[in-house]
Design a protein around this ligand. Structure first.
Ligand SMILES: O=C(CO)[C@@H](O)[C@H](O)COP(=O)(O)O
Length: 231
């Protein structure tokens, strides 16, 4: 059953498993296929057992796509440390992890002061109750559906009840799912009320990403429309 959901659908490809030697071209290709914004995975090798890229890469990407919305998924310890640098580089949203900081409120405040939108994420083992005190302070809650660190992992459907709990409480909250999401798992995400979809490998490696984005968008929009009828 689709839950009440007063938000709009956004499809945000992750470029984590894209050909990073052609990052700008890959980003533009995915934007040209109809995605709403780009989900850029930043990893520090401490918070997660992998290393990707940081604000210098964003600084290089921004002039090539001045209108694009860049969501920085900060899988890093002490996320406060990189806020100003990411804002200066041209990031649009700064999504950090509850587990990575001792003071989420200070981090949220710093992100807002830097002029970016705020996302707050939780990993699979973390109970969704930890984000409830911050829901009214942020623009988006990210529910990880894999343990962070690598693209191409299997979807963890056991994380979906967290989405359902949030959707039942907050009809207009942007709820993002990330990890193993694609055409094969999108219906499960729609059914519990997710409206912001991060999809990496499923889109990057798809023969027709435009078609896949359209299909996922239609699935989420159908669930949103159904939930609004049920109100
Ligand atoms: O953030 C992570 C893992 O840390 C990934 O979930 C990517 O953001 C999406 O990759 P796929 O799972 O869709 O390949």
């Amino acid at each position: 059953m689709a839950l009440s959901n007063g938000c709009s659908c956004r499809i945000a490809p992750s470029i984590l498993n894209a050909d990073l030697s052609s990052l700008a071209e890959e980003c533009q290709r995915l934007l040209d296929c109809g995605s709403d914004y780009l989900h850029l995975d930043v990893m520090d090798g401490h918070f997660v057992p992998n290393l990707t890229f940081g604000h210098p890469v964003v600084k290089c990407l921004r002039p090539k796509m001045p209108e694009a919305f860049f969501e920085m998924h900060m899988m890093v310890d002490n996320p406060e440390r990189w806020v100003e640098a990411m804002a200066d580089a041209g990031a649009s949203m700064y999504t950090f992890h509850y587990e990575a900081t001792s003071d989420p409120v200070a981090c949220i405040r710093k992100i807002k002061e830097a002029g970016m939108k705020v996302g707050l994420g939780v990993n699979p083992p973390t109970d969704v109750s930890v984000v409830l005190p911050y829901v009214d302070m942020v623009d988006l809650i990210l529910i990880m559906t894999v343990n962070p660190g690598f693209g191409g992992q299997s979807f963890m459907s056991e994380c979906l009840p967290k989405v359902q709990v949030l959707r039942e409480k907050y009809k207009n909250l942007d709820i993002e799912v990330d990890g193993g999401v694609g055409p094969k798992t999108i219906q499960q995400c729609a059914d519990v009320g997710a409206n912001v979809i991060v999809s990496g490998s499923a889109l990057v490696k798809h023969d027709n990403p435009r078609e896949a984005i359209q299909m996922m968008r239609a699935t989420i929009n159908e669930a949103i429309a159904k939930s609004q009828l049920e109100r």
